[in-house]
Each structure stands twice: as structure tokens, then as C-alpha cells.
Write a protein that binds this ligand. Sequence first.
Ligand SMILES: *Cc1c(COP(=O)(O)O)cnc(C)c1O
Length: 212
Amino acid sequence: MLLENWEQLRKQLPDGVNLLAVSKGHPSEKIRYLAELGQIDFGESRLQEALLKFNALGDLKQIKWHFIGRLQSNKVRGVVQNFDFIHSVDSQLLAERISRIAVEENRTIQIMLQVKLAKDPTKGGFNPENLQRVIPMIHSLSNIKTTGLMTMAPINFGKEERRNLFGQCRSLANQLDLKECSMGMSSDWEEALKAGATWLRLGSSVFGYRPK
Ligand SMILES: *Cc1c(COP(=O)(O)O)cnc(C)c1O
């Protein structure tokens, strides 16, 4: 199952489009299995859960870990120490904090800025109108490399609205001269791909049903 899902998805992705295997809610053994087949990038959204997995998978040095969940300020150090990418940087204050702690920890981390392109009380993110203004400041921060934008569609959006929203994210990234767009999950990755995503964050379509 896992092998078929993963191979099937990979086959459909053109060069330059990356599959982030979102392993939250799934056990370390499944991560090990995919990592041994060649999957490098794994996404987690809760630090505590991820720390247990890092312990179990410490021998797999090739894995790149991506933090994709809402990042509370008291979790920044743990995330900076252990992850290579953060997709969910949703404010200037958070970017500054990540940078300061990355300097202290002598680490460099790749970040993507989460943008809020639709009204959705359940999700945070930068207001797209402010990004143009804050991006020079964010680029000037030490020990973080800002390479792209991340977005999510509200749950009630249909396919057309999703494609539209992802298209907006792509144009905004282009305007800001950012290469990466982290967008598209199991239910809408095809729309995201058509709109120019470079990172698809796929959980259930790779690992199957996620309990809780
Ligand atoms: C859980 C999660 C995903 C993956 O969701 P699926 O629908 O299982 O593919 C992607 N992005 C974020 C931010 C998530 O929290």
C-alpha cells in the first residue's frame, strides 16, 4: 500500500516539484520504510511527536525534516535544533525569533512564509499586502534563508477556488522573487501542481488514513 501510493504519486510529479511526505500521526517504522526506498523529505507538525521519531530514526542522517505546523514561540528552539525547513512562518516576529535562536544554535534553517489569501479564522499567516514591505527585512535576518511562500485553502473551497488561490500564491511568490511554493495537500495537490507548486505536502495520500 505505502509503496504503491508513494510510487504512484512520484510518477506524476515533474522535475522541480518535491513531495513532502507528511508523517505526522504515523509511526517511525513507516518513515524508515520510505526513507530506505529513497524518500528524503518528511513533514511533522508537532515538536513533541517529532522528537520521539528523531530518537528512533537518528541513524537515517539523509532525512530532511520539515516543520509544517503552527509554531509557538516556546517551541522555536526545539524546532531550530532539529528541523531543516519551516514552512509555517506566519509573522515577522516569529521570523525574527527563529533567526535569533538559529544564530545562538549556530544553525541555518530554510523558511517559507505562510500567507493568508482567503478569510479563514482557523489559519494564520501574512497578509499578502504587507509582504512586499516586510520581505527586505526578513531577507536581512541572519541564519535563515527565505525561499518561498506557503498557503492552505479553507476547507469549504471547491476545486476552482483552490486553483485560483494557489495561482495567487504563485504570482505573489514570483513578484517577490521567491522560487518555492509549498501548497497542495492530499485533497488538492493536483490543483496546486497546475498552479505552480514546488512542494506538495502529502499525508494521507502517501501513508493512508491518519487516526486523529
Ligand atoms: C496534515 C497536514 C498536511 C497533510 O495533510 P493530508 O490531507 O493528510 O495530505 C499538509 N499540510 C499541513 C500544514 C498539515 O498540517
